[in-house]
Design a protein around this ligand. Structure first.
Ligand SMILES: [Zn+2]
Length: 485
């Protein structure tokens, strides 16, 4: 295994040493930056009678309350904003001033601490929360992005396409900085909203890329259109997906479509990240025919705990639970012990990766939202709780089903009536419409104990319009058209 040239320890050290190094990073981070300079954590520590130095390492984090989305009402309170008086007296500042002079010390502090970039959350319901980045954080994006490229075994001489939507979102900017960090060619198309489907198809055809980084649903539409137009993309070797989860069925469909445009044997990798971590992690390239071995996390940047979502207690390695995130060296906006609301089926492991041998922690198995349970009034079943995670997964894994959308309506659009669940579908791979209709109905009744009120079939074009491909930042796969009561 080739360690990363920039910082070899993240992928090669033993678990004990990772633990030791993370403790040191965390102590330094809390004492010098987070507790003295963020309003929220300064107060939190004071209110709980904890000194920054009381947290000796990651095991002591359990003494600190979790931070959740609902705490982020005043995003500014989570930004590291230095008090110059305090900063000037810190040994690291003094040492810099003594060895490099006051001007150099000032500009080093500006690079470390002045926010220069913003990304924000995209929540379906909640207001977006801004997360600030300093130049120090941009450096983290470049390092993390370069590691992604290494894990995917990309090559700097390759041509890359970044088809994430151009927006103040982590996915677009991390992909962009992965390109600069890896010193490779990357064209950022800005996704459907910036260049349209046709614009993306033209750009990809012209560049003839080796690797494409995109959201699965959008890329699926691109490939579908490319096959219809009989375009040839014969150079593709890697597809790296982000922004949405990627069920096994989606991987299968994408691989088949890549083959149809002239690139058989493409490796499809999925990534996992979120705004609050200001980072994302990828799977490594599995050997031919092997299953992916989980998301490789950088232990020098982030500490992840897996907890029981009901009790908040940490679970053992390899046990399922909710992902909780603490950065170890971020600047700008920071959140400690952030509860993601994401459930990881196989938990976390520190065993060396069976594919690449790296010893960094890995998140194993499917990741889904802890709860996307919605209450529906279906026929006589008043107030039925329906797990939409399960619904989305079962549709993605249905053979012969291309793209889909779940729509909720009220019967006759009357707010007092029962709820209607519609499935919009595109048949694929020559699947017969009636076969597909009964397959969808059966899978629904097996999994959620009701069947959709209606199943409508569409052409690809109609589905692109329904999902808002090229109009919305994220394709609309679940839409709620129930009028407010
Ligand atoms: Zn690996």
């Amino acid at each position: 295994m080739k360690p990363s040239p920039s910082n070899p320890w993240w992928a090669t050290t033993s678990r004990d040493e990772i633990h030791f190094r993370q403790d040191a990073l965390l102590r330094r981070f809390l004492t010098h930056r987070v507790v003295p300079f963020t309003k929220y954590y300064g107060e939190l520590f004071r209110n709980h009678g904890i000194e920054a130095g009381d947290i000796r390492g990651t095991d002591d984090l359990k003494h600190l309350p979790f931070t959740s989305k609902r705490h982020l009402e005043n995003p500014r309170d989570f930004v590291i904003i230095p008090d110059e008086q305090v900063l000037r007296k810190q040994w690291s500042t003094l040492r810099m001033a003594i060895t490099h002079g006051p001007t150099a010390a000032k500009s080093a502090l500006e690079e470390e601490l002045r926010p220069i970039l913003l990304t924000s959350t995209t929540g379906r319901s909640a207001a977006p929360v801004p997360f600030l980045y300093t130049k120090h954080d941009i450096g983290r994006l470049e390092t993390g992005g370069r590691r992604m490229m290494e894990l995917c075994q990309s090559d700097p001489s390759w041509r890359h396409i970044n088809a994430f939507p151009f927006a103040p979102h982590l996915a677009f900017w991390l992909a962009h900085h992965a390109g600069t960090g890896f010193t490779t060619f990357m064209l950022s198309t800005g996704g459907g909203k910036a260049m349209g489907t046709e614009g993306n198809l033209k750009a990809i055809t012209k560049i003839d890329p080796d690797a494409i980084i995109a959201m699965p649903t959008f890329f699926y539409h691109l490939l579908q259109q490319a096959t219809e137009e009989k375009l040839r993309w014969t150079n593709l070797k890697r597809i790296v997906l982000g922004g949405e989860k990627v069920p096994a069925g989606m991987r299968r469909k994408l691989r088949a479509l890549c083959e149809a445009v002239g690139s058989p044997g493409v490796s499809i990798m999925s990534t996992y990240g979120f705004t609050e971590a200001k980072m994302a992690w990828t799977e490594c390239l599995p050997p031919e025919g092997a299953e992916p071995s989980g998301f490789h996390v950088y232990p020098d940047m982030t500490y992840l705990e897996i907890i029981d979502p009901a009790t908040g207690e940490r679970v053992a390695d390899g046990e399922p639970g909710e992902i909780v995130c603490t950065p170890l060296d971020a600047r700008g906006t920071v959140v400690l012990r952030y509860r993601t609301g994401d459930l990881v089926e196989g938990g976390i492991t520190y065993e060396p990766c069976p594919h690449c041998g790296r010893t960094c922690p890995r998140l194993l198995g499917k990741i889904s939202r802890v709860s996307d349970i919605r209450r529906l009034n279906i026929g006589k079943l008043k107030g039925t709780l329906v797990d939409f995670n399960a619904l989305e997964n079962l549709l993605d894994d249905t053979e012969g089903l291309g793209a889909w959308q779940i729509e909720m309506r009220k019967r006759n659009d009357d707010p007092l009536e029962t709820d209607h669940v519609l499935v919009h579908a595109v048949a694929a791979n020559g699947c017969d419409v009636e076969t597909l209709r009964s397959r969808i109905a059966h899978r629904f009744s097996d999994s959620v104990e009701f069947t959709p009120n209606e199943i409508h079939f569409h052409t690809w074009d109609e589905m692109r319009r329904l999902q808002g491909v090229g109009k919305e930042l994220k394709e609309q796969k679940v839409v709620d058209h129930r009028p407010a009561p």
